[in-house]
Design a protein around this ligand. Structure first.
Ligand SMILES: [Zn+2]
Length: 205
């Protein structure tokens, strides 16, 4: 089976609880510390097997093979990827069965990272997630006053649109945000604006 490691927690004696997002499910697994283990880390795509034991309700993680990405040694890409993928663990917490959308979304992003700048690629990827979950507010009604936004627009958590005058946060041109939401168009965004959007994503999916 293949999946992405979305969380790792240390438990006693350097054993680990490893959460893995696959096409159909999020698995919580147990990895014993010991010899001949391949190196694992948050964000790695792995091929693995699970072994159920009578002693525990959590299956044992075994036969792990890391499926490398071409960008894995590029620090900024790996850093951004890991920050983003950790948010999936929080976002999908308590959920076991999942739609293949999430796994395929991460697959697509991993591929885009080969050529694209990580924050831009992740912003685009996040817009797909919002759209899929029906949370992309293309009606442009302000989250706070519920009136339509036609000019100065700001974004808060989950890219929820608000009037700039309702939040006093960073102002964007309405047409740019409209292009972003409707066409995932990031070309007109400066790097500092991308940083701003990236920081909104880090508040949580
Ligand atoms: Zn408002």
């Amino acid at each position: 089976m293949q999946g992405y490691i979305i969380d790792i927690k240390s438990v006693k004696d350097d054993d680990l609880i490893v959460s893995i997002l696959t096409e159909t499910q999020i698995y919580t697994t147990y990895r014993f510390y010991g010899a001949r283990h391949s190196n694992i880390n948050i964000g790695y795509k792995i091929d693995f097997e699970l072994e159920s034991t009578l002693r525990s309700t959590i299956p044992r993680l075994k036969d792990v093979i890391q499926l490398g990405s071409p960008w894995i040694f590029e620090n900024e890409k790996l850093y951004c990827w890991q920050r983003y993928i950790k948010l999936f663990y929080i976002h999908l917490k308590e959920i076991e069965k999942i739609d293949s959308f999430y796994f395929l979304l991460l697959d697509k992003l991993s591929h885009k990272l080969i050529k694209q700048s990580p924050k831009r690629a992740i912003c685009k990827n996040y817009l797909k997630l919002l759209k899929y979950e029906g949370r992309l507010r293309t009606d442009f009604n302000c989250l706070l006053c519920e009136r339509e936004i036609t000019s100065n627009i700001s974004l808060v958590r989950s890219f929820m649109p608000v009037h700039s005058s309702c939040t006093y946060s960073r102002v964007f041109e309405f047409s740019k945000i409209k292009g972003l939401f409707e066409d995932k168009n990031l070309i007109s965004f400066e790097d500092d604006e991308i940083d701003y959007l990236w920081n909104i994503i880090l508040q949580g999916l």
